[in-house]
Design a protein around this ligand. Sequence first.
Ligand SMILES: Cc1ncc(C[n+]2csc(CCOP(=O)(O)OP(=O)(O)O)c2C)c(N)n1
Ligand SMILES: [Mg+2]
Length: 380
Amino acid sequence: MTQATAASSEHTQMNTAKADSPASGLAPTAKTATELPKEVLVKWLYDMQLIREFENRTMQAYQQAKIGGFCHIYTGQEAVAVGTIGCTNSDDPVITAYRDHGHALARGMSPESCMAEMFGKTTGCAKGKGGSMHMFDRPNWLFGGHGIVSAQTPMGAGFAFSEKYQLEVMGIGKKKVTLCYMGDGALDQGCFHEAQNLASLWDLPVIYILENNGYSMGTAINRHTANSENLIDRAKGYGIKAAKIDGLDIMNIYNEFKPIVDECRETSRPAFIDLKTYRYQGHSMSDPQKYRTKEEVDTYKDKDSIAKLCSDLMHMGHIDEAGWKSMRKVISDIVRASVEHAENAPIPEAGELYTDVYANPQKNLSPTATYTHGTKNPLM
Ligand SMILES: Cc1ncc(C[n+]2csc(CCOP(=O)(O)OP(=O)(O)O)c2C)c(N)n1
Ligand SMILES: [Mg+2]
């Protein structure tokens, strides 16, 4: 058994799935987060720390030029991905923008697969052809990772439409909620308004989660969008239920977001959530950050979501100093192993440029037929 597998089996034992825990496939259910099983709460801490450590190693690897292209770090925003995904069933569709490593890990992608994707290696989730901005994980219902600002918002409505159509017209499937994440920059794109219009008109069960980290690249939100203190009124203009939630406290996210998910699943009505959060790093790995002060960043670091959850769990007696230390060691070993894995994994053959280009490349193939991963485009 390698160090990493030993560490991961230790983690599995530590967080053995119980009914009502995320690992059972169903969102955990309790009136308030403090009433959730200890295993669920400890797993949140684990997942948030996994993302934090993963991003530390990502930055190192990027600085060593082992990762190329654009790379956007999720540090500071961990409570959003872990808390909101923690309110969903494991087969609810999730789609997001390019700051996507946290969502991929929170959805259950293995750190090896995520890291290898960034290294451009064949064992990455998209065979190394997508990179940092395009994390896809079909078995875990994660549909990207999208680099064009707001491009995912109409697709979010599309996933909700597809699931609803299957249930109500084809008589298959079940009630699902689509989570569509977006940055504050996406608020200003026309397609988001079109998506909200159709989501409301057609009763689509999609929740738009605004990860409001205050900046679109180097432009502060009050300089790029109108009435930025009152964004929920816009959604209300489309008849969409909207709420503003503090995104730095994961317990609070559960308490306020879980009822919205339940209502969306039940009523098939869309929702819009303005989740206030903050990114500790620059917009991407090449950002001198002249648009904000160190003091501002420190103010948010003082309210760090991982430190907050850890302290809450210690007060509740769910974890102690020794447990927290050993959890961090387990995670550190797993992430280090993921970097080693990515370094040693093969790079794609040149011929891979011609595979996976079209979803359905075979002539006369039924549009509903299953696509075979790796199928070569016969025209090339
Ligand atoms: C349509 C489009 N316009 C411009 C860009 C360039 N661009 C990349 S990221 C970005 C800022 C987006 O910020 P935000 O949506 O707040 O997300 P965050 O980086 O804060 O997560 C811009 C303008 C783009 N990718 N797509
Ligand atoms: Mg932003």
